[in-house]
Write a protein that binds this ligand. Structure first.
Ligand SMILES: Cc1cc2nc3c(=O)[nH]c(=O)nc-3n(C[C@H](O)[C@H](O)[C@H](O)COP(=O)(O)OP(=O)(O)OC[C@H]3O[C@@H](n4cnc5c(N)ncnc54)[C@H](O)[C@@H]3O)c2cc1C
Length: 578
């Protein structure tokens, strides 16, 4: 049985209050009914819920997994009850509009809650992710009747939801979707095809499941321009009979075992088109930012859970020291301290960056000034592929280091830390594999506007550098951020130059390392802001992981990776350009 979950509430609230300064979000008209005190109280309750209700089902979920019994999914012991408590407390609707029954708190608050939910049990958190994505999609694109009928049920969690994009021949290459939707005389459609990897394609929490399916109509043009979006209810709205949606099998997988990953067959299922014909992918794009944000937080979520577990273990495990004296706690060993520092520094940097992206999305959607909204959206759009790719990579690295801190015991299931490694691995793959995120960053977010979005980020970092000054306890991280920005600016110029020379293959070769470099430098920016907000802020972590130490560690130990990354971006590897 793994250790219990401890939510990183204090760290999250510190970042929200003093780094992101969430108070300004409650001045936006959409959020004036709330304030920082209320949101802080909500997150404190959320932390308790995650620790007491969700954390305890994580290990049992991994052990039992979801199974298929007589064509229906059965989730592991305790999941149904946890879901019931989750919906009864109103957690699915935290940031959803009040008009659909939500609490309409900022997305930033939702993301902080999502971090705790994912850290407590990643498998459980996958269903709320689908609910929120589905609600957002319908709010933005469905007609009023369908919206009123379906969205309140998703916001309350009474109904489940899925997002059905992937097919065997259409993974990253979404344009190859083949599922067919034939129009019917009554305006509905009949859908036929097979979707794979569908998260919570079936479950035993809710009677109704709303499947949001990408498919093509009979004469649709090939590729992404011929894809439409359909709502397919698991139970037909009018008759209450089962629709033609069948779970063919559940995938056996490396981790996330309690989250049922389904092959879903649509066998003449009745569906309703959402939005314009052939514009389904555009509709999906409106929730890409949201989904990326929510997946971005999974890395720091698991990373923080793994770090808390490893820290406790390092204090208790006795090994080493002089042979004639009692053994010392392994936290006394420099190498163990080094690992714990890497873990905490990476987590905090990524958590703060994800919160920064979320707060910009809040301003982008609800800001009062149009220029401010546009600027916030552009900054968020630049940061999101970085958050998704670097957050998931950091989560995996940190979880793996937690196993290392545990030694052989970490490799044993009972420790609970090996589950973190298996569970978080997929975050680098789904919701757009990290390689695709890097290509998106470089081609759509950097080159398409000749670096304008990048200039917004650089401008923000420059403002922080000017505000904070290089003196005192933040001297090292200030210097590291300044140097990091200069290195990133040179790398950016180089990628822009490659584009000018038409060297597309060289750009693609450099994209992942450019994305990592951006994440590393943005992490220094976050640590500068954290240290400036409270370099001496202390906690119960033996001083090792206090903000001042960590900012210095990031500056001295982690940021030098930028030289390797910059070098890799600059090399001309001719084989790649052939
Ligand atoms: C646990 C789990 C849950 C999932 N849940 C859902 C869900 O609920 N709904 C849903 O629709 N899908 C879901 N997926 C599917 C997921 O989104 C896809 O796995 C993902 O989009 C990648 O597609 P693929 O697996 O076919 O990989 P591929 O597209 O085959 O990619 C394989 C590799 O090739 C690289 N690659 C591919 N194309 C390019 C290119 N043009 N340029 C450079 N590199 C490229 C990728 O980066 C990757 O490294 C889930 C997957 C998993 C594992």
């Amino acid at each position: 049985m793994s250790e219990s979950y401890t939510a990183p509430l204090a760290d999250s609230l510190f970042i929200l209050e003093r780094v992101i300064r969430w108070e300004r979000l409650f001045d936006l008209p959409a959020y004036r009914h709330a304030d920082g005190d209320l949101a802080g109280a909500v997150l404190t309750e959320g932390a308790k819920f995650c620790e007491q209700v969700v954390g305890p089902i994580n290990a049992v979920g991994d052990e039992q997994g979801s199974v298929l019994l007589e064509g229906r999914v059965k989730t592991p012991d305790g999941f149904r009850e946890a879901y019931r408590e989750f919906t009864a407390a109103g957690w699915p609707g935290l940031d959803m509009p009040q008009e659909y029954g939500g609490q309409q708190l900022p997305l930033t608050v939702q993301v902080a809650f999502a971090e705790m939910l994912n850290g407590a049990c990643l498998s459980f958190a996958m269903l709320p992710l689908m609910l929120r994505a589905g609600s957002r999609l319908l709010i933005d694109h469905a007609d009023d009747e369908l919206k009123q009928r379906v969205v309140p049920k998703l916001v309350s969690g009474e109904w489940g939801a899925t997002i059905c994009i992937t097919e065997a021949q259409a993974g990253s290459d979404v344009g190859r979707i083949r599922t067919l939707a034939r129009p019917q005389a009554d305006g509905s459609y009949r859908l036929t095809g097979s979707k794979i990897f569908i998260t919570y394609g079936d479950q035993d929490f809710t009677e109704q499941i709303i499947h949001l399916v990408l498919a093509r109509t009979p004469d649709a043009p090939p590729g992404t321009r011929g894809i439409s979006l359909f709502l397919v209810p698991g139970i037909l709205f009018d008759s209450g009979q089962a629709n033609g949606v069948r779970v063919e099998r559940l995938e056996k997988k490396m981790g996330l075992k309690a989250s049922p990953t389904c092959v879903l067959n649509l066998e003449g299922a009745t569906g309703y088109r959402i939005g314009e014909q052939n514009r389904g992918l555009n509709a999906m794009f409106t929730m890409v930012n949201l989904m990326r944000l929510e997946v971005s937080v999974q890395g720091p979520a698991i990373g923080a859970a793994a770090t808390a577990t490893a820290l406790n273990y390092a204090r208790e495990r006795l090994q080493g020291g002089p042979p004639d004296a009692a053994p010392v706690s392994i936290i006394e060993h420099a190498d163990v301290r080094r690992m714990l520092l890497i873990m905490h520094c990476r987590n905090m940097a990524m958590r703060a960056l994800v919160f920064e992206a979320a707060s910009n999305l809040d301003i982008a959607h609800h800001g009062e000034d149009e220029d401010e909204r546009r600027r916030a959206l552009q900054l968020a759009e630049f940061l999101l592929p970085v958050c998704k790719a670097c957050g998931s990579e950091a989560g995996f690295e940190v979880a793996s280091l937690a196993v290392q801190v545990f030694g052989g015991h970490g490799y044993i299931t009972e420790s609970g830390v090996e589950q973190y490694v298996r569970d978080v691995r997929v975050a680098a793959i789904y919701e757009g594999a990290n390689g695709i995120q890097a290509l998106d960053l470089v081609s759509r977010k950097l080159l398409r506007d000749q670096g304008a979005r990048f200039r917004i980020l650089a401008g923000e970092i420059e403002s922080t550098l000017a505000e904070t000054g290089a003196l005192g306890s933040i001297g090292e991280i200030h210097q590291a951020t300044q140097t990091g920005l200069a290195v990133l600016e040179r790398a950016t110029q180089y990628v822009l130059q490659l584009a000018g020379e038409g060297r597309q293959r060289a750009i693609e070769f450099s994209a992942s390392e450019y994305c990592r470099l951006t994440g590393l430098v943005a992490g220094a920016w976050m640590w500068l802001r954290i240290a400036h907000a409270g370099a001496d802020a202390n906690d119960d972590r033996d001083n090792l992981l206090n903000h001042g130490n960590c900012a210095r560690f990031y500056a001295e130990y982690l940021i030098p990776e930028m030289h390797t990354l910059a070098h890799r971006i600059n090399i001309s590897f001719t084989e790649m350009e052939a």
